[in-house]
Design a protein around this ligand. Sequence first.
Ligand code: GLN
Ligand code: ZN
Length: 785
Amino acid sequence: LHPQLSLLCQIGCNFLRIGRVRAMASHIVGYPRIGPKRELKFALEAFWDGKSSVEELQNVAKDLRISIWKQMADAGTNFIPSNTFSYYDQMLDTTAMLGAVPPRYGWTGGEIGFDTYFSMARGNSTLPAMEMTKWFDTNYHYIVPELGPDLKFSHASHKAVTEYKEAKELGVETVPVLIGPVSYLLLSKSAKDVDKSFSILSLLGKIIPIYKEVLDELKTSGATWVQFDEPVLVMDLDSHTLNAFQDAYAQLEESFSGLNVLVQTYFADVLPETYKVVTTLNGVSAIGLDLVRGEKTIELLQSLGFPSNKYLFAGIVDGRNIWATDLSASLKTLKSLEEIVGKDKLIVSTSCSLLHTAVDLVNETKLDDEIKSWLAFAAQKIVEVNALSKALVGEKDEAFFSMNTAAQASRKASPRVNNESVRKMTSALKNSNHRRTTPVTSRLDIQQKRMNLPMLPTTTIGSFPQTIDLRRIRREYKANKISEDEYMKAITEEINKVIKLQEELDINVLVHGEPERNDMVEYFGEQLKGFAFTVNGWVQSYGSRCVKPPIIYGDVSRPKPMTVFWSTTAQSMTTRPIKGMLTGPVTILNWSFVRNDQPRFETCYQIALAIKNEVEDLEAAGIQVIQIDEAALREGLPLRKSEQTFYLEWAVHSFRITNCGVKDITQIHTHMCYSNFNDIILSIIDMDADVITIENSRSDQKLLSVFREGVKYGAGIGPGVYDIHSPRIPSTDEIADRITKMLGALNMNVLWVNPDCGLKTRKYAEVRPALTNMVAAAKLLRAQL
Ligand code: GLN
Ligand code: ZN
């Protein structure tokens, strides 16, 4: 049989069985599109660089889609998603579907092509890209739609229909996935020139007709199911928004006839009020709920019941982590759900799109078998979903289940996971406050006596440009191609170069430049116990960019100092203070795949203890300033307001644990990569760092307004004076101007002058003149004092 034909039979059969009572039913919310070895990334980048043709890019994309559909079909999946592929981002795809192109991109109608699409995504020679922001509490970033009352909508991208047909031609019946209209609007922002009184939700009436067109075309093409992703349903929604939601789906109802509609939520449980609304929508035949992050979902189902005329898509396999599912426990849960919703109404699913986990464990050649047996990436999760759904209908694969049970047991008992002394130390932490006793203003005085810095002291955030040579040296050392001696010599030379440059530029507090680090989390993870690393465990962050989070599988401890050698080497080269450079516990946690067998705060406290040891070793080695980066503290903030206080408490506590043991004379800095923290400013103050440097250049006013509004901040603060994300070189005047503005909101004696993040991605040709101007601006203002 031709492979595609056999695929056709299989899918046809799987799909038809749904109609029957007691048929197994499995569903996948969405799948990673970047490819098991980042094939899409390389195809995109080659295309953008003009090194490959449109056809080449399209072929890679098509092959990826086909192999994903085939994989799901082979595993026996009944509800296979389509339209979860994207050349850049699914929100941008929706913008294209609705023809909601901001006018400045000059699109004049018709089907939106790559030119317009990628201009919106990445900018072009004359226009910057559209804004990008985080997708809920994940590390995925979406392109934020810019909407206004005058925007004309039209069905300008037929991608959903084309992909559905593409799968159908292969014999794969799929469920086209659309971002629902309410989530789309609520995740948008008003265009710049739009009146403040404009309400985004007022656009519902304009976009619903386009959704209807899409639904009609899908139906004509043969679709029988459609999935609407409405993740905003897990947020704290007011009654106004819930009404809008009801309204939107009432308007769509007409087009729902002849279709089964799944409303899919994820990333948390829904509030009872929301649950009542979602479960009573007419024309909607199924609700998808997250049972992993949605810790209260089961309670909700138990107490409020489930409508007898709808299906429950039960998201039991974790789409946001890499751990193998505990199959027996999950089967139990599913059976109790069957009691509530009815045996023929339960569909086994993933908690959210698998976009947020790694792609395929098969390509992990360096992990040992024991750790591998504890893991499941996207490809393995598909198999789990289907194993569970088969078990529910009495077709349990005993061998697969017992292998899983054995793996779960080995993980629980493994001495690599459990370290008694670490556990004892962390449990002793919880009830103590961990604060430096001297207040920050007095500490700053003491530190100033030692360091004698000028007003408006200058510094940088840590990294200096990572040249091709530097990357090659690290790579060759890792691959054992150069000796340790050669490596140490090369890194030492690099540090020396960076120190000399900073002295020449006359910067006040110097850094060693981080030449030995590939990544600010990986560098520490590799030296700590309890961490494992993958070779292909990539997760899309935005567009073609991927991250490879470490896996924290066991109790964390620090066998030996991690940075002391390099910081002291740097200090020996200069009489100016060197700032030791560490990544904070919350950031290490938030940028890793975290173990799911204990609460996150427990793991965070363990990392905090390891970093604390490092801080104290740096101090003992004579380092006077230590920066503990918490670039990712804010992104771990839970979606639900009711959970935020608890998170902030343990996150901030973890940070304080790292440095509460240092002397008053040691100056602790921290750095954060965002400035929209007006809502968490009290927590930031509570971190009690001596100096905080923050990203600022892209949203000046927002940040400063907190201080203008009277928030008292006695510590040092360095809002970035220029944007390092762009190659542009800021002039002295421009920087001086910025600093002057800051002085309008902040005291002269607390203000630091620094770029807004690390310089790692920039070139020396940009860094040298930019820092020259930065120092000149500080001097200019000092002279005016
Ligand atoms: N110290 C790090 C650097 O300079 C901080 C990076 C970050 O905040 N993302 O690269
Ligand atoms: Zn930063």
